[in-house]
Design a protein around this ligand. Structure first.
Ligand code: BTN
Length: 238
C-alpha cells in the first residue's frame, strides 16, 4: 500500500532535537505512511553528509514525512522530493525554483530548501525537508558553504505545510518518466561546469540525470561519468 495523502496524521512539536529522528521513532513503532512531524525549532537538526541544519525558531518549515513501504516505484524519490518542494514553494510565492542535484532547491542561484531522506528499505523512508521561509540574511550561519535565502514574499510555514503535503502526495504517485522530465526542466546544473570528489575526483560539464537519478558529467576527454549522490561531494564551477 502506498500513501494516499501526506499530513494525516500530523504531529507538531514546539521544540525537538530533529523531526527526522522523531519520525524515525514513529516509523519504528508502526506509524502509518503519510505521518508528518513538524517543529518550530530543532536543537539537533540534521543535514546531508553529517552536517547540522539550523534555523531560527518559527522562521523555517521543519518537516519530516513517513513513507512506507518502499518499492521500485520509489527509486527516484531523491529527485521527486525536491520537485515537490519546488511546486509547493511556487504555490505560495511568486518565485521560480530549480533543483541543484541531488536535492537542494534554489531560487536565483541561492538555496532555499534542503532534503535529507533517511530510509530502512524496504520498510520505510523518512523524508526530511527544511525550507527557509522568512530567515533574514544576517540570521544564516556564516559558515554556510553556499549562500542561502528564504522564500519571503509574506509566505508562512502554515501555507507551505499545506502546499507541501499536497505536492508530495502527488509526486509520490508520479511515474519515473514524469520525474525525469520535470527534473530536466528544473535542473540548475545542466550545461554547467562541476567538479566532484569522494569516489574518485574529476571535473566536467553536467549533462542531466540518468534513469537511476545519477548525475551524468561529461569530462574534457569526452567520457560520460555517472555520479551517485551518496558517493560524491559536488562543487559548481571546476
Ligand atoms: C541539507 O540540505 O543538508 C538537508 C537539510 C534537511 C533539513 C531538514 S529540517 C527537517 C528535517 N529534520 C532534520 O533533522 N533534518 C531535516
Amino acid at each position: 500500500m502506498t500513501v494516499a495523502r501526506f499530513g494525516r496524521p500530523h504531529r507538531h512539536l514546539r521544540r525537538t532535537g530533529s523531526t527526522n529522528e522523531r519520525a524515525r521513532e514513529l516509523a519504528e513503532s508502526g506509524a502509518p505512511s503519510g505521518t508528518v512531524v513538524t517543529a518550530d525549532e530543532q536543537s539537533a537538526g540534521r543535514g546531508r553528509r553529517g552536517r547540522a541544519w539550523s534555523a531560527p525558531p518559527g522562521k523555517a518549515l521543519l518537516y519530516s514525512a513517513l513513507l512506507r513501504p518502499l518499492d521500485e516505484r520509489h527509486s527516484l524519490l531523491p529527485l521527486a522530493v525536491p520537485l515537490a518542494v519546488c511546486d509547493a514553494v511556487e504555490a505560495v510565492a511568486p518565485v521560480g525554483c530549480h533543483v541543484k542535484w541531488p536535492n537542494d532547491v534554489w531560487v536565483e542561484e541561492r538555496k532555499i530548501a534542503g532534503v535529507l531522506i533517511e530510509a530502512r528499505p524496504p520498510d520505510w523512508a523518512v523524508i526530511g525537508i527544511g525550507i527557509n521561509v522568512a530567515i533574514e540574511p544576517e540570521e544564516f550561519p556564516p559558515e554556510l558553504r553556499w549562500p542561502a535565502t528564504s522564500v519571503g514574499h509574506g509566505a508562512t510555514a502554515a501555507a507551505l505545510l499545506g502546499a507541501l503535503n499536497d505536492a508530495l502526495s502527488e509526486w509520490i504517485e508520479r511515474p519515473p518518466t514524469a520525474t525525469l522530465a520535470d527534473f530536466r526542466k528544473r535542473d540548475a546544473l545542466l550545461g554547467r561546469e562541476v567538479s566532484w570528489e569522494g569516489a574518485g575526483h574529476g571535473a566536467g560539464v553536467a549533462r542531466g540525470a540518468d534513469e537511476r537519478g545519477n548525475l551524468v558529467v561529461e569530462t574534457v576527454e569526452g567520457e560520460r561519468v555517472a555520479l551517485g549522490s551518496g558517493e560524491v561531494t559536488l562543487r559548481v564551477g571546476a
